[in-house]
Design a protein around this ligand. Sequence first.
Ligand SMILES: [Zn+2]
Length: 131
Amino acid sequence: MAKKTFPCGHKGLGQYCHKCQQSSVEQHHQDTNKREKQVWEQQFKADAVDLRKLPHKSLVIKARSILAAIKEGQAYQVFNGKRMNYDRHIVSVPIDNDYRILFKDEKEGLTPVVVLSHEEYNTKKPGASKI
Ligand SMILES: [Zn+2]
């Protein structure tokens, strides 16, 4: 088979230019990744608390499911949440071993306040002062 010159100027075999096909596929992947990243970034703005500090996508997703469930009235105990000894109006719900969400217990129900890492949680004693 003889190589031929495609309209794009590349030379090759076959019905279409594989070089251009390949680069357009790559471009498409890059665009898709970029879009997905933008969508992912956008979603953080809709969260009741800032979840950007969570290191893994899976943690963010888990945190969101906890936030959604508690907003719908699910009991925090289901997620192993517990009230703080120093302030019974603060409820701490673990996301995993390292991160937790703090909620304020108000008349309307639990309001998410902040996401804390294990270290922050132990050093800051959030809620001991004012939030
Ligand atoms: Zn080409």
